[in-house]
Design a protein around this ligand. Structure first.
Ligand code: NDP
Length: 346
């Protein structure tokens, strides 16, 4: 493959780190952005990659909410992979200021930079399954077997699943801006709940924090029956890179594989590690979760519409068009736990 200039936003992040590393491995010239260059402890893994792949990784400073912030990194690039966006379900956040604004303004700022660049041919945006569906029960209400790329989240709002709302609004804005020109194309990637080994020792990414809490006893008394569709971090990086370089790639791609719940994760982990970790001891019945919801930072509406419902996603577009093959949840979780152990984070 020809060597290309690819921008990856949010290089400090869990997902972006793998995209940066795989692009470098394939021989491309990578420009990545971090929120503050002075916060080197957030991107020690990038500094290591910078040494390993001498002269091919450049690190720029850019903030999602600052107009023009990404222009320098984007100028002269062939492709942009826009991954930076806040991913948090922390109940203490101000949903507008901490989620919606950075997600949407960030998308506008990056895409306006792309418009000014005159060189970018394609933008790959990290959206989410959260932009495809709002609540797990939507699948049953729609009478469908699985969600697919033709669907949009219509039920989230600043009050109900604000993170999902931020992803939906950011993606809609991206399609709107892309539709106003015809020099560059937009392709969007829709991961499920991502797990798998991290390239950095940071533990604040929601995926990493969730697994560490599951292992450390935070949910010891039990977990609700909440289903997800899971993605492996390495498959997510591959999906972004194939969506960038596959000439025929178009539209939206679900990059996710196995469905399941926290209970399925627990079963897998127990099989490998026995009693090593303080895993949840069972399932908390829905009426109890409903009763205690406000105390654990969840709305009763969320419990009502999500607990106990099956969730599935159709990944056939990614298999047919991006030639994706997927790791099992078992491989993902074991590799993730081994990385956490190796890095002394458990
Ligand atoms: P991380 O929290 O690890 O990464 C988020 C990235 O966004 C970080 O680099 C962060 O920078 C950056 N960021 C946030 N706010 C700003 C800002 N104001 N200015 C500049 N950069 C900012 O999360 P993930 O890697 O998991 O998520 C990356 C993307 O993938 C997000 O778009 C998320 O919505 C999406 N996604 C993730 C899934 C998952 O399960 N992990 C599932 C589906 C989609 P900093 O390090 O400085 O905070």
């Amino acid at each position: 493959m020809d060597k290309k200039k690819v921008v990856v936003t949010g290089g400090t992040g869990y997902i972006a780190s793998w995209i940066v590393r795989d692009l470098l491995k394939e021989g491309h010239e990578v420009r990545t952005t971090v929120r503050k260059l002075k916060d080197e402890e957030k991107y020690l893994h990038l500094l290591n990659l910078e040494k390993k792949y001498e002269g091919t990784l450049k690190i720029y400073e850019a903030d999602l909410v600052k107009a023009g912030s990404f222009d320098q990194a984007i100028e002269g690039a062939d492709y942009v992979i826009h991954t930076a966006s806040p991913f948090s379900v922390d109940r203490h956040l101000d949903p507008r200021k901490d989620l919606l604004e950075p997600a949407v303004l960030g998308t506008i700022n990056v895409l306006e930079g792309v418009n000014r660049s005159k060189t970018v041919k394609r933008v790959v945006l990290t959206s989410s399954l959260a932009a495809i569906y709002g609540d797990n029960r939507d699948m049953r209400d729609l009478g469908i077997e699985a969600f697919d790329e033709s669907m949009w989240n219509t039920t989230s709002s600043l009050k109900n699943n604000p993170y999902s709302y931020s992803k939906t609004m950011a993606e809609k804005k991206a399609w709107e801006i892309a539709g106003q020109q015809d020099r560059w194309e937009l392709v969007t990637i829709h991961p499920g709940f991502v797990f798998g080994p991290s390239l950095s020792k940071r533990v604040d990414a929601t995926s990493i924090d969730t697994l560490r809490r599951l292992l450390s006893g935070a949910f010891r008394t039990g977990v609700p029956h909440l289903e997800y569709v899971f993605s492996d971090i390495r498959d997510i990086a591959t999906g972004h890179i194939r969506a960038t370089f596959t000439e025929e790639a178009r539209g939206r791609y679900i990059i996710a594989n196995e469905n399941g719940s926290f209970l399925k994760m627990v079963k897998i982990i127990k099989q490998y590690y026995g009693k090593q970790y303080k895993l949840p001891i069972g399932k908390v019945p829905k009426p109890i979760v409903w009763a205690i919801a406000p105390m654990i930072g969840l709305s009763r509406q969320y419990i009502k519409n999500n607990v106990g419902y099956t969730l599935k996603a159709d990944n056939s577009r990614s298999i047919n068009e991006l030639k994706m093959s997927y790791r099992s949840l078992e491989t993902t979780l074991i590799d993730h736990i081994e990385q956490l152990k190796k890095d002394e984070l458990l």
